[in-house]
Design a protein around this ligand. Structure first.
Ligand SMILES: Cc1cc2nc3c(=O)[nH]c(=O)nc-3n(C[C@H](O)[C@H](O)[C@H](O)COP(=O)(O)OP(=O)(O)OC[C@H]3O[C@@H](n4cnc5c(N)ncnc54)[C@H](O)[C@@H]3O)c2cc1C
Length: 411
């Protein structure tokens, strides 16, 4: 029997980050790669694919450009192939529609022979100097693992299980038709998803529409230029160097850098409120959801007035965000992985989570590398660092000293 094939890299999960990595690997024929995903095909957050939703990063922050601007998988080449470059130039090109981004990702994916869908990773085990990746479709040997399994919807503990009337925002479009029949809809959360759902319902829903957030205001995403300097490798270097206890405090004060609402969406919402001028619509900040009763009476705490109040609704949408999680499939190799005291991956600066640069993480390193972990615009940079580490030389040139400001002590 010929010896079993050993891959150089197996990527678990094909979201935008591992898809970008697979696209970069296409240019590196010396690497033998396989990327697997449990889904049947690439479909980016389908429950939130609202027709008007736009990306929160500029179009040039595509899957590869910021690491490999001459790649055939750059967004401009997608437009060229689809005969849409002139459309793009004429329409507002800065923040493209999410549906277009999804189509772009699918176009990239269709050209990559290394992708394998409908394949769930069940476990990863150590086998001599390699890893054995066990899936529903068979098992594979590899030298390196790249975990790209994404984040999971976060539902706070209210003692009430999700059902057809209480659900996370990730399921919004799957439940929309049903909840449009209800008398009252309540959205909880202050971020982009909450705002998109509120705006979408403003256009079609005739019942009582409520939007509560525990934040002190409905705040915009901060796109000012000196703040954008924090979405750079320089800032990641700085954040990474901070002591662990300090990182937590810093992160807590950075919501507006990655959880805020698009400024133009806030304006659209305001204009729509003005046009409708309806007594059936209610928005309130400083309101923290504390309890959900069986009859869908909600108990809120007004955090500034420090008093509770009750609110009745017929459906509740929890736009309460997403959280990092360590996938179950890595349980057998947990002792090779460094974890924080919260049980999350403790990544090295080069995104490896073991001591041999053999297991890497994408979008699971917020606690070590900062708020940029989930930022699509930094995906190509992270992939460049990971691939440079695996190749053992700087194949992808990394820009240095990008920012005008200094983050740490003056040198
Ligand atoms: C609605 C929405 C809009 C967003 N818009 C933006 C934006 O505009 N700009 C921005 O910077 N960020 C945005 N984000 C944040 C973030 O960048 C995205 O969530 C992005 O999809 C993260 O990519 P990922 O590759 O980490 O994981 P995901 O896209 O979550 O993909 C992970 C994949 O792993 C697969 N998987 C999981 N476990 C297994 C397993 N055991 N075996 C096989 N496959 C597995 C899943 O099926 C999934 O396909 C948005 C997030 C949401 C929810």
């Amino acid at each position: 029997m010929p010896p079993e094939k050993v891959y150089d890299i197996i990527g678990i999960g094909i979201g935008p980050f591992n898809l970008g990595l697979a696209a970069l690997c296409y240019e590196l024929p010396e690497l033998n790669c396989l990327f697997i995903d449990q889904n049947e095909n690439f479909n980016w957050h389908p429950g939130m694919m609202l027709p008007s939703a736009r990306l929160q990063v500029p179009w040039y922050a595509d899957l590869v450009s910021l690491a490999s601007p001459c790649s055939k998988f750059i967004y401009m080449n997608y437009l060229h192939e689809k005969q849409k470059q002139f459309h793009f130039g004429i329409t507002d090109p800065s923040f493209i529609k999410r549906s277009r981004y999804n189509d772009y990702c699918r176009w990239v994916g269709e050209q990559l022979p290394s992708l394998q869908f409908s394949t769930t990773c069940i476990s990863i085990e150590k086998e001599n100097q390699f890893y054995r990746v066990k899936t529903n479709k068979g098992s594979y040997l590899t030298q390196k693992i790249i975990l790209g399994t994404g984040t999971v919807p976060f539902i706070p503990e209210f003692g009430q299980k999700a059902n057809e009337n209480i659900f996370h925002s990730c399921n919004y479009l799957f439940r929309k038709e049903t909840i449009l029949q209800r008398n009252a809809i309540t959205i909880v959360g202050s971020g982009q998803s909450a705002a998109e759902i509120f705006y979408d319902l403003l256009q079609s829903y005739k019942g009582k529409l409520n939007w509560f957030t525990r934040s002190a205001r409905f705040y915009p995403m901060d796109y000012s230029k000196l703040t954008l300097e924090m979405s750079t490798p320089d800032y990641i270097d700085y954040f990474f160097s901070l002591p662990e206890r300090k990182k937590q405090t810093v992160l807590k004060n950075q919501d507006a850098l990655y959880k805020g609402i698009n400024q133009c969406l806030i304006n659209d919402i305001y204009d729509m409120l003005d046009e409708l001028d309806s007594p059936n619509i209610n928005l309130q900040c400083n309101c923290e959801l504390k309890k959900i009763s069986d009859d869908l009476t909600l108990t809120f705490l007004h955090t500034e007035e420090e008093r509770t109040f009750l609110h009745e609704t017929s459906s509740l949408i929890l736009a309460t965000g997403y959280t990092a999680s360590v996938p179950d499939c890595i349980k057998p190799i947990r002792h090779h992985i460094q974890l924080t005291k919260d049980g999350l991956c403790k990544a090295h600066r080069n995104y490896s989570i073991d001591d041999n640069n053999s297991i890497f993480i994408q979008n699971g390193e917020q606690q070590t590398h900062g708020f940029n972990a989930s930022d699509l615009s930094l995906g190509p940079y992270r992939n460049a660092v990971i691939l440079n580490t695996i190749l053992g030389y700087e194949h992808y040139k990394i820009e240095k000293n990008i920012t005008f400001q200094t983050f740490g002590l003056p040198q």
